[in-house]
Design a protein around this ligand. Structure first.
Ligand SMILES: Nc1ccn([C@@H]2O[C@H](COP(=O)(O)OP(=O)(O)OP(=O)(O)O)[C@@H](O)[C@H]2O)c(=O)n1
Ligand SMILES: C[C@](O)(CO)[C@H](O)COP(=O)(O)O
Length: 394
């Protein structure tokens, strides 16, 4: 069995356009990409899906095809991704997608780009049904309203028997040759349908129904847009840890957290030697997953000779902003036998908070000795550790 998925994204979104939305709904930004891409990410995770076809608006086809190529490479999607132009009606768009893979596979999932929340498990249930011999399988959920057939004059013609009714969704899975034949049959008869299973029904085939997902709504009307914000992913909590050491010796006047320490020993350094801001910079880079201070600001580069460490912190903060990292809390410790840092505690905390542009309540500063042990105990140098907690929104 070889399965591909066709994602139809060539609609006009007229119902939302009427309500004032200027972007077609399938291209609204969502989780850092156009909305249709959410379905691509989900279907690419289904191991039995071997390729994706995107059906895109004909008028701007080249532009959207380039976007698909770009997103696929950015997300490292290794599946083949084909792009084809859509047609006038949904069924025309689907058929264009099916024809593009007619020679490539035997089973297809047809999915609306306007249903971004369909899950990978649902796709698997549908593929299972076709694997077990059904020519068509669709997801459905029970209807909770009473459904009536109404005449053009606005009178009830009939109340339908609710226990027999269900609302159907996509993806819908099919034996590909059967679906193409059903499309051709319906087109020859001039039938307009709203889903692909209807084609199989019209051509006399059986359609298996599997449980759908309540959350798998189709973004259709303005109220549905709220689902996009309600379903925004929770930010990712992360922790970064940093550590730095400087030797005492002829070099730079001591600064801790950007605060000059009067009468403190000088430190040997390429930069200004602010051990605390270096540990902090490494902790920020840790949250970002972007290596360490030496990679970004090498001590062999003249540009960083005697550079103020606050500048380095600021550069990493810019990277943090780009990655939508929200700082939560910073815990800092300096380990040194000399100098005594308690008189500077508040100034250091306040200056670090200022540099990080966060409230001073979210910064904690501590200083300790190592009881005369080791290189700090022997007053040969100083070390600092920093722990940053943050939320990644990007
Ligand atoms: N000619 C068309 C019409 C629809 N679709 C796609 O089919 C799915 C379901 O259609 P619908 O929700 O009706 O989207 P639109 O047709 O864009 O919406 P509207 O009816 O409000 O214009 C959507 O992903 C839509 O992009 C398509 O590819 N080609
Ligand atoms: C295919 C579908 O999503 C199943 O519910 C639906 O029929 C699409 O209908 P639309 O008129 O294109 O919105």
């Amino acid at each position: 069995m070889s399965v591909w998925a066709v994602i139809v994204a060539a609609g006009q979104g007229t119902r939302l356009a009427r309500a004032g939305l200027s972007t077609r709904k399938q291209f609204i930004p969502f989780e850092g990409a156009p909305l249709f891409w959410k379905s691509a990410r989900t279907l690419a995770r289904v191991s039995r899906v071997k390729g994706l076809v995107f059906v895109l608006p004909e008028a701007e086809f080249e532009e959207y095809a380039a976007i698909v190529r770009d997103l696929a490479s950015r997300d490292d999607i290794v599946l083949p991704c084909l792009t084809v132009p859509g047609g006038e009606r949904r069924q025309d768009s689907v058929l264009n997608g099916l024809r593009a893979i007619a020679e490539t596979c035997d089973t297809v999932l047809v999915h609306d780009a306007a249903r971004p929340f369909a899950g990978a498990q649902l796709a698997n249930r549908l593929i299972d049904a076709v694997e077990q011999g059904d020519v068509a399988a669709i997801p459905a959920i029970s209807v909770t309203d009473t459904i009536k057939r109404v005449t053009p004059e606005g009178l009830v013609a009939e109340t339908l028997h609710r226990a027999e009714l269900c609302a159907v969704q996509t993806p819908q899975a099919f034996a590909l040759p059967t679906l193409i034949a059903a499309h051709e049959f319906c087109n020859a008869k001039g039938l307009d349908v709203t889903d692909d299973a209807s084609m199989i029904e019209a051509a006399g085939g059986a359609v298996r129904v599997v449980p759908g997902e309540e959350t798998n709504i189709k973004i259709t009307n303005p109220e549905d847009l709220r689902m996009l914000t309600d379903n925004a992913p929770a930010p990712l909590p992360c922790v970064g840890w940093g550590y730095d050491v400087h030797k005492y010796g002829l070099g730079r006047p001591m600064k801790i957290g950007g605060v000059p320490i009067d009468g403190g020993p000088q430190v040997v350094a390429h930069s200004d030697g602010d051990v605390l801001l270096h540990a902090l910079t490494d902790a920020l880079l840790g949250c970002l997953g972007k290596g360490d201070i030496g990679q970004h600001f090498p001590d062999t580069d003249k540009a960083f000779s005697n550079i103020e460490s606050a500048v380095l912190v600021n550069e990493v903060l810019t990277m943090a902003e780009e990655a939508e990292l929200e700082l939560c809390h910073v815990d800092l410790t300096v380990i040194a036998q000399i100098p005594k840092l308690s008189p500077y505690r508040e100034r250091i905390r306040d200056n670090v908070a200022r540099l990080l542009r966060i409230d001073a309540q979210r910064v904690n500063f501590k200083a300790t000795t190592e009881e005369g042990l080791g290189f700090t105990g022997e007053k040969l140098g100083i070390k600092a550790v920093a722990c940053v907690t943050a939320l990644r929104h990007g």
